[in-house]
Design a binder for this molecule. Structure first.
Ligand code: NAP
Ligand code: HSE
Length: 440
């Protein structure tokens, strides 16, 4: 028997209430049950799974828990005085937010893998946790099995973080890797990713860059110690990329990745998620399949790289159960709440129009004399310097050609203005795609 240092309560074990028994919940239930001895040794106290919340009590599951543990009534979890830690794995926003706040209000500690809820309501959750004296950990919310929240809040805490950059969505990285390696179009790979269970049946959040923007908001808030909301993050998805973009990028020495980029800039932060051309020999270009990678650039430690499995039941289980263990150790040790800071002041978010980078533009134009002169004038008039123009395909029957332009460093506002002007030109049939080029 031990005295809980933070509550003064006498206890013989740490009780856990699990909300959700889906992909991740099943993994967590399995590890908590089958690795109970190892966990008890690490926590220096047994940990007991007391209740598991599901919607459907009759469903066949990847991991079956004892039937008397299952409940479809969340009130039983809140009402159980022996549940010390609530593990939220139901997903979504509003219900999950409500359940997390209710658990905290009852003095229960929380572990969650929910990036949607932490990106939208992280500040309020962490502030309530501090007020109520409980721990809230959310390592699995970004990068699944890759430790990144812990390093940002503890191991790198003394550093000034200049930037974070990387690939933080496994589903889209799987799709982009297939498109690059097999020369196939987006729609074909998406249905394959769905049938393999990587992409969800509604893949919107993944393919539109929304999932990555939630994760970047969480990382930027912690890294820059300023509040970055999910709505602060500019996001563009991967749906407009074509097999031709991949072919041309490869010919030019680039790979295409969905990048998440956060940088301190001019007293504010720049936070964006979008597809980007990255040099083929860069580290980030070699991160393939469902893998994730995040590079953190700091003043003292320099550039630190985190790489590993960013999605899936087991990697996510690893992060969730490790959070549960940490909370258990803190309970046993009487450690006062150490929830990550909610991020200080509101951030000044630099507008995308201020961005300076290089650009790839693919367009279909008329194949006749004087066309390039008209196009280059549009760029020149806006002080955009062209690094290269390549004629990719010429159709002599229809007298049209596809060209690819790579610019030198240019302002986003000028490039967007140039695209609007190009679309007005009679010689430009279509501006097919614009992709930013990042020389990471
Ligand atoms: P999932 O497979 O859809 O499982 C959700 C579980 O929650 C199901 O067991 C469901 O019950 C239960 N549930 C949902 N709403 C409920 C409600 N209102 N009341 C009671 N039970 C409810 O989801 P998941 O993939 O495990 O994801 C869980 C969380 O982990 C999400 O926040 C997700 O973003 C995050 N995450 C997932 C991954 C991953 O690779 N899957 C990686 C990192 C983070 P029924 O089974 O009865 O329907
Ligand atoms: N849908 C997410 C991904 C799951 O593909 O990265 C992990 O957060």
């Amino acid at each position: 028997m031990t005295l809980d240092g933070s509550t003064g309560k006498r206890r013989e074990s740490i009780g856990i209430g699990l909300l959700g028994l889906g992909t991740v919940g099943s993994g967590v239930a399995k590890v908590l049950t089958e690795e109970a001895d190892r966990l008890a040794e690490i926590a220096t106290m047994p940990m007991t799974l007391r209740l598991v919340l599901v919607r459907d009590l009759t469903k066949t599951r990847d991991y079956s828990v004892a039937p008397d543990l299952l409940t479809s009534d969340v009130e039983t979890v809140f009402a159980d005085p022996d549940i010390d830690i609530v593990v939220e794995l139901i997903g979504g926003v509003e219900e999950a937010y409500d359940y997390i706040c209710r658990a905290i209000s009852q003095g229960k500690h929380v572990a969650t893998a929910n990036k949607d809820v932490m990106a939208r309501h992280g500040a309020e959750i962490l502030s309530l946790a501090r007020e109520k004296g409980v721990h809230v950990l959310f390592e699995a919310s970004v990068g699944a099995g890759i430790p990144i929240i812990g390093p940002l809040t503890r191991d790198l805490a003394v550093n000034d973080v200049r930037s974070i950059s990387g690939i933080i969505n496994g589903t889209t990285n799987y799709i982009l890797t297939k498109m690059a390696k097999e020369g196939v179009d987006f729609a074909d790979v998406l249905s394959e990713a769905q049938s393999l269970g990587y992409a969800e049946s509604d893949p919107t959040n993944d393919v539109e860059g929304i999932d990555a923007s939630y994760k970047l908001a969480i990382l930027a808030t912690l890294a820059f110690r300023t509040k970055v909301a999910d709505t602060d993050v500019y996001h563009e998805g991967i749906t407009k990329l074509t097999a031709r973009d991949f072919r041309y990028a490869q010919e030019l020495g680039y790979a295409i990745k969905l990048l998440a980029l956060g940088r301190k800039e001019n007293g504010g932060v720049q936070v964006r998620v979008h597809p980007a051309l990255v040099p083929s020999d860069s580290m980030i270009a070699k991160v393939d399949g469902v893998l994730n990678a995040v590079e953190v650039d700091t003043d003292l430690a320099g550039r630190v790289l985190f790489h590993g499995r960013g999605a899936g039941a087991l990697p996510t289980t690893s992060a969730v159960v490790s959070d549960v263990l940490q909370i258990a150790q803190r309970i046993v040790g009487g450690v006062r709440p150490h929830s990550a800071d909610s991020g200080g002041d509101e951030s000044i978010v630099r507008p995308m129009t201020d961005l300076e980078t290089r650009y790839y533009l693919r367009m279909t134009v008329a194949e006749r004399p004087g066309v390039l002169a008209q196009i280059t004038k549009v760029f020149g008039d806006r002080q955009i310097s062209i690094a290269s123009i390549v004629h990719k395909e010429i159709d002599y029957d229809d007298l049209k050609a596809e060209i690819v332009i790579i610019t030198n460093l240019a302002r986003e506002a000028s490039v967007q203005d140039a695209i609007s002007q190009l679309e007005q030109l009679e010689v430009v049939i279509e501006v097919g795609n614009m992709i930013r080029v990042e020389d990471l």
